[in-house]
Design a protein around this ligand. Structure first.
Ligand SMILES: Nc1ncnc2c1ncn2[C@@H]1O[C@H](COP(=O)(O)OP(=O)(O)OP(=O)(O)O)[C@@H](O)[C@H]1O
Ligand SMILES: [Mg+2]
Length: 339
C-alpha cells in the first residue's frame, strides 16, 4: 500500500510500455503520468495510433503479446496495480475497475448467450441470489438503453447489431458498480440519440463523488460534454492536461491540441455538413522512427530549431500543462470559429 492522496482514485506515474512489432520495438506509452480524482471524468483524446487504448488497457494489466512495462507505477485506491498477482488483478478487474472495450468482440464470448455471460459476471463476483441477479441484469441492460432485456438475454452476440453489442458491453462494464470505468470509444457504433443516452449514463458514474471515469474518444464534442479534464496524447506521450473549461473556452496550450480543436466541424465554422473536414497537415510519425526533439515539430507551425533537436519540457499554466517549448496562451478567438 502507498500513502495515496485522499481525493485521488487513480494515479499513473511515469508509465512507459514497450511493444515488440515487426518494425522493431516501439514505445506506445511513453512516460505517461496523470491522475483521476474521485468524482472526476477525464477525457483522453488524440489521433489514431497515439496510444490511447494501450494506456487504458495498461490500467487493467491487459497487455498485448510482446508488451512490457519498462518503468513507472499505477496506483488505484492506494494499491500498486503493477505489483499485484494475476489472481488479485482478475478480482479488481470488472468489480472495481472495468473497461468498455473499443472492440466489443474482444469482450463478449461468441458461444454463450448474453444472459449466461451477464449472470456469470454476478455469480463470480457476488453472493446474490439467482432471482436478485436476474433483476440486476435486466436493470443494467435497461440503463444501457436496451428496452427489451429479455430478448437480449436470450441472444448470442452475433444475433445483435453492433450498436446493441456495444450497449451490452456498457451494461456489463457498469454491472458491478465499479469505482473506475475506462470507456474506450463507447459511442462509435451508436446513433446520436443512443450516444447521448450513454453519455448521460457514463456521466452519472462520477456523481457519487467516489467514482471516476476515463473517457477515450475521437469525438471532441462528446469529450467536452462529459469530461472535467482533458488529456491529449501524441505518439505515445501525454502532451497536454487541462481543465475542460480552459481547454474549450480559453483554448488549449499545446499547438497539437489547438490543431485537433480546429479540425472539428464546429471549430471551423463550416456551414455545410458535407464540406471537407480540415485535417491536421502532415502525418503522425511512425512510433518506430520518431523524430528527434518534439514528435509534433514536423507538423507544428510554432516549431523552431530547438523543437527539432531537444525534448520539450512540461510547462504548467495554472491547472493546465503541456509538453512544449512554446505553449500557446492566446485566448481562443474568432480565427478558430470563422470559416
Ligand atoms: N497488439 C498490438 N500489436 C502491435 N502493435 C500494436 C498492438 N496494439 C497497439 N499497437 C500499436 O501501438 C500504437 C498505439 O495503439 P493504440 O491502439 O493504443 O492507439 P489508439 O490511440 O487507441 O488508436 P485508435 O484511435 O485508432 O483507437 C499503435 O501504433 C498501434 O499500431
Ligand atoms: Mg484505440
Amino acid at each position: 500500500m502507498v500513502q495515496g492522496e485522499d481525493l485521488s482514485l487513480l494515479e499513473v506515474r511515469h508509465l512507459s510500455v514497450s511493444l515488440r512489432t515487426r518494425e522493431g520495438e516501439i514505445r506506445p506509452v511513453s512516460d505517461v503520468s496523470f491522475t483521476i480524482g474521485k468524482g472526476e471524468a477525464v477525457g483522453l483524446v488524440g489521433e489514431s495510433g497515439s496510444g490511447k487504448s494501450l494506456t487504458g488497457l495498461s490500467l487493467l494489466g491487459l497487455f498485448p503479446p510482446g508488451a512490457k512495462v519498462l518503468s513507472g507505477g499505477i496506483f488505484f485506491e492506494g494499491l500498486d496495480l503493477l505489483a499485484q498477482e494475476d489472481s488479485a488483478l482478475r478480482k479488481i478487474r470488472g468489480q472495481r475497475i472495468s473497461m468498455i472495450f473499443q472492440e466489443p468482440q474482444s469482450a463478449l464470448n461468441p458461444v454463450l448467450t448474453i444472459g449466461t455471460q451477464m449472470r456469470e459476471l454476478f455469480k463470480s463476483h457476488t453472493d446474490l441470489s439467482d432471482d436478485r441477479i436476474r433483476e440486476c441484469v435486466s436493470d443494467r441492460l435497461r440503463s444501457a438503453g436496451l428496452p427489451d432485456p429479455e430478448r437480449v438475454l436470450r441472444s448470442y452476440p452475433h444475433q445483435l447489431s453492433g450498436g446493441m453489442r456495444q450497449r451490452v458491453m456498457i451494461a456489463m462494464a457498469i454491472a458491478l458498480d465499479p469505482h473506475l470505468v475506462i470507456a474506450d470509444e463507447p459511442t462509435t457504433a451508436l446513433d446520436p440519440t443512443v450516444a447521448l443516452q450513454i453519455l448521460t449514463l457514463l456521466s452519472s458514474i462520477r456523481e457519487s463523488r467516489t467514482k471516476g471515469l476515463l473517457f477515450i474518444s475521437h469525438d471532441l464534442s462528446h469529450v467536452r460534454r462529459i469530461s472535467d479534464r482533458i488529456l491529449v496524447m501524441y505518439a505515445g506521450r501525454i502532451v497536454e492536461s487541462s481543465p475542460s473549461r480552459a481547454f474549450f473556452e480559453t483554448g488549449p496550450l499545446h499547438p497539437y491540441s489547438r490543431a485537433l480543436l480546429a479540425s472539428r466541424p464546429e471549430g471551423t465554422g463550416r456551414t455545410r455538413k458535407d464540406a471537407p473536414l480540415p485535417a491536421i497537415p502532415g502525418q503522425v510519425p511512425p512510433l518506430w522512427s520518431l523524430p528527434t526533439g518534439c514528435a509534433f515539430a514536423p507538423r507544428c507551425s510554432r516549431a523552431d530549431e530547438r523543437c527539432r533537436t531537444e525534448s520539450p519540457p512540461w510547462q504548467s499554466e495554472g491547472e493546465a500543462g503541456a509538453l512544449c517549448f512554446y505553449p500557446d496562451t492566446t485566448p481562443l478567438g474568432a480565427p478558430l470559429h470563422v470559416a
